[in-house]
Write a protein that binds this ligand. Structure first.
Ligand SMILES: Nc1ncnc2c1ncn2[C@@H]1O[C@H](COP(=O)(O)OP(=O)(O)OP(=O)(O)O)[C@@H](O)[C@H]1O
Ligand SMILES: [Mg+2]
Length: 236
């Protein structure tokens, strides 16, 4: 089954200085069962592209299909339902809810998907434990370091086992060991048949976890390479 397919995607932001064309005809694929990394210089359009794929940013032209669904064509209500069911998103700025603890934040999407609170909290705590966050599970976001908040955001995105996981710089605030733990968790939950994962990163330490590395420059996809994880799994 197809994961994500983007063809000739263009996006223009309206700014006070006039229209700013940020995506200039992007062709991009993220196959199911693979982890695709999206890399490129600051400002080249990575966050814009994954926001369009998630249906969080609308108004782009071209084709964007997620598991064969034309996300741009979905009416707003159905898009919200599609996203809740299928998409996990780790934001560059974390976007945690300030009044909820780490475990509660991570449990929110599960509750949104219909799970009862106690079961959702249990699942959230189990995920947090896998990334060494158990001592911080009952703290509020403002009591957490940047790297700890980042790990809560990752647990939240993975909690309901979305078919598509989109992560914007998930290891930027993490040390090497925490970064590898996060990527291992991400691969174990998101890289399975019928699921796809896209990770935007500037962090060469995590390239080893990629099946594919897609390079963007100035609003275009310029190159796709096989990643190291792909080479490793192809040998088994
Ligand atoms: N809401 C917006 N309104 C106007 N311009 C925007 C908006 N969001 C992003 N841009 C511009 O679009 C371009 C691409 O931004 P984007 O956030 O996609 O880059 P990026 O590749 O994710 O960069 P980084 O690696 O720094 O996160 C930048 O020039 C940015 O200034
Ligand atoms: Mg960005």
């Amino acid at each position: 089954m197809n994961g994500v397919m983007c063809r000739s995607v263009e996006h223009v932001f309206k700014t006070s200085a006039g229209p700013l064309k940020v995506l200039k005809g992007v062709d991009f694929d993220a196959e199911a069962g693979r982890l695709t990394m999206l890399v490129g210089p600051s400002g080249c359009g990575k966050t814009t592209l994954i926001s369009i794929i998630a249906g969080l940013l609308r108004g782009a032209s071209g084709t964007v299909r997620v598991f064969d669904e034309d996300v741009a064509a979905l009416p707003a209500g159905r898009l919200v339902a599609f996203r809740r069911r299928n998409v996990g998103f780790v934001f560059q700025q974390y976007n945690l809810l300030a009044g909820l603890t780490a475990a509660e934040n991570a449990a929110v999407p599960l509750v949104g998907a219909g799970a009862p609170w106690p079961a959702a909290l249990d699942r959230a705590r189990a995920l947090l434990d896998r990334i060494e966050m158990t001592p911080h599970a009952d703290k509020l976001p403002r009591q957490l370091s940047g790297g700890q908040q980042q790990r809560v955001a990752i647990a939240r995105a993975l909690a309901h086992e979305p078919r598509l996981l989109l992560c914007d710089e998930p290891t930027a605030a993490l040390d090497g060991k925490s970064g590898r733990a996060v990527m291992a968790l991400l691969r174990s939950l998101a890289v399975r048949p019928g699921r796809a994962a896209i990770v935007v990163t500037h962090d060469p330490r995590v390239y080893a976890f990629a099946d594919r590395v897609a390079h963007m420059e100035d609003g275009k996809l310029v190159k796709v390479e096989a990643g190291q994880a792909c080479a490793a799994s192809d040998q088994t």
